[in-house]
Design a protein around this ligand. Structure first.
Ligand SMILES: *Cc1c(COP(=O)(O)O)cnc(C)c1O
Length: 495
């Protein structure tokens, strides 16, 4: 294929068939010793109607065949444990194993804070400590750990703003959102009952503060700003922006999913932010997993505290912790309480393991992104030149001349053993290539990535067809991604 490909995680076997195809009658994966007690009459014990004879349709295979089959299948997925996963905006950092160790400790793995409160003081203490750590990191006054994802945190935060304004007599009509915001922001504002008004960025990619000044009226409930923005750029004028909003009685929502660029260095609370969410599954190294185990805590300023979702974790005068569901101004429940307790344990384990070293994780993430940026400047088009934070956004403008798009380059990266970067997002950069290495990667790994990106740029010039038809080394090539999402075939059925 290409002699320069140094790093390729080739699959052990790409021709792994269905386990049903390995089946042959009578094979089994276990061997039991002869019975040394009288055989029970299963038919009588269960009732004949509950007893199957034989296992029609199940594969008959040996233990090693089962093991190899599923181990091989597992290598078809890319994972952070296999290699660099520079999917911008998603912060696919390494999840240290100590998190898993702590979450699996017997007392924690089998506990849940929804046990009777007298029995769950230990779990509640863990939640309280996590709250305190996150408040310290964000500089905010109060927090709820309940939302199950970033977008869920956004909705919770916007409902808090709505409840606060309603209490003052008028929930207002509009939410302002810059064009460099994350796509979930406008969706959230609409679900919270607001009209969205877009603010164009100024030429350098920051929010246009003069424009904002014109747009903030008594009709505006809030500005939702992603900081760093999806361009990976730090919004430098946040204190001024907060003042403009507050002068008209509006609030400042900060999408803090990108806290990986700020934690330990800057505190949004100190900058004038009123509400923000965190993505524990990004910044605090908990699993991202399929919409299940996420966590999007929402941190707020004092004025919003009466509206927190119930139950609220409170400290009793006797020092005991309790869950208070009795709060008249609460926005209500946003989910069945803390079902993802184990995820919160992992986040706390991560924070405590680093301590003040969180700052270094942030600095390393920023250094890695800027190292990659420097090494790829001149190879790919860089549409915005303000300093990068934890991610860098290039565009495919130069490769486009040869018909090679951001998607093609991303697919070709797979051949080089890397997960693709984020393609075609943010929307304000046509053909965006959004790269976020995170702090997990060594200089050596970043160098391999840079080398791969340079090699692909050369291929795009010399042999565009090679890139346009990538990937070449995977079991399947270009998938019908829409079809896969809309018409998934989730189960094998016997012919
Ligand atoms: C990931 C992300 C979100 C959404 O978080 P989910 O947990 O996927 O719902 C929101 N805003 C930004 C900036 C993000 O990067």
């Amino acid at each position: 294929m290409n002699a320069r490909i140094k790093k390729a995680s080739q699959h052990t076997t790409q021709n792994e068939g269905l386990i049903f195809e390995k089946s042959s009658p009578g094979k089994r994966a276990f061997e039991l010793p002869p019975l040394d007690v009288p055989a029970a009459d299963a038919a009588r014990a269960l009732g004949a109607q509950h007893r199957a004879s034989g296992v029609a349709g199940l594969p008959e295979v040996s233990e090693i065949e089962v093991l190899r089959h599923f181990t091989r299948l597992s290598t078809w997925n890319f994972a952070i444990d296999l290699g660099m996963y520079p999917l911008g905006s998603c912060t696919m950092k390494y999840n240290p194993r100590v998190n898993e160790f702590v979450a699996q400790l017997e007392g924690l793995a089998t506990a849940h804070p929804y046990q009777p409160q007298a029995l769950s003081q230990g779990c509640l203490k863990i939640l309280r400590l996590l709250e305190k750590c996150l408040l310290e990191i964000t500089g905010m006054d109060a927090i709820t750990l309940q939302p199950a994802a970033g977008a869920h945190g956004e909705l919770t935060g916007m409902l808090l703003i709505r409840a606060y304004l309603e209490k003052q007599g008028n929930p207002r009509k509009k939410v302002l959102i810059p064009d460099s915001a994350h796509g979930t922001n406008p969706a959230t504002a609409v679900i919270a009952g607001y009209q969205v008004e877009n603010i164009k960025s100024e030429a350098h990619g920051q929010i246009d503060v003069e424009k904002l000044r014109e747009l903030v009226t008594e009709d505006v409930a809030a500005l939702m700003i992603t900081n760093p923005s999806t361009l990976g750029i730090f919004e430098q004028r946040i204190p001024e922006i907060a003042e403009i909003l507050h002068a008209k009685g509006a609030l400042l929502y900060m999408d803090g999913a990108n806290m990986n660029a700020l934690a330990g260095v800057t505190r949004p609370g100190d900058l004038g932010v009123d509400v923000m969410h965190l993505n524990l599954h990004k910044t605090f190294s908990t699993p991202h997993g399929g919409g299940g185990p996420g966590a999007g805590p929402v941190a707020i300023k004092k004025i919003l505290e009466p509206f927190l979702p119930v139950p609220v974790l409170v400290e009793r005068p006797d020092g005991k912790l309790a869950l208070d569901a009795n709060r008249k101004d609460s926005i209500g429940r946003v989910r069945a309480f803390t079902g993802n307790f184990g995820v919160l344990v992992r986040a706390l384990a991560y924070i405590l393991a680093y301590g003040p070293g969180i700052r270094q994780a942030t600095e390393d993430a920023v250094v890695n992104a800027n190292y990659i940026r420097k090494q790829l400047e001149g190879v790919y088009d860089l549409p915005y030149s303000l300093p990068s934070m934890h991610e860098v956004v290039f565009s495919d403008a130069w490769q486009k001349k040869n018909g090679v798009s951001t998607t093609d380059i991303a697919k070709r990266l797979i051949d080089y053993g890397f997960h693709p970067y984020t393609t075609a997002f943010p929307l304000i950069v046509p053909g965006a290539m959004m790269i976020e290495p995170t702090e997990s990667e060594s200089k050596e790994e970043c160098d391999l990535f840079i080398e791969a990106m340079r090699a692909i740029a050369e291929e795009a010039a010399a042999n565009p067809e090679l890139v346009k038809t990538a990937p070449h080394t995977t079991r399947v090539r270009r998938l019908d991604e829409v079809g896969a999402a809309r018409k998934p075939i989730l189960r094998w059925k016997p012919a």
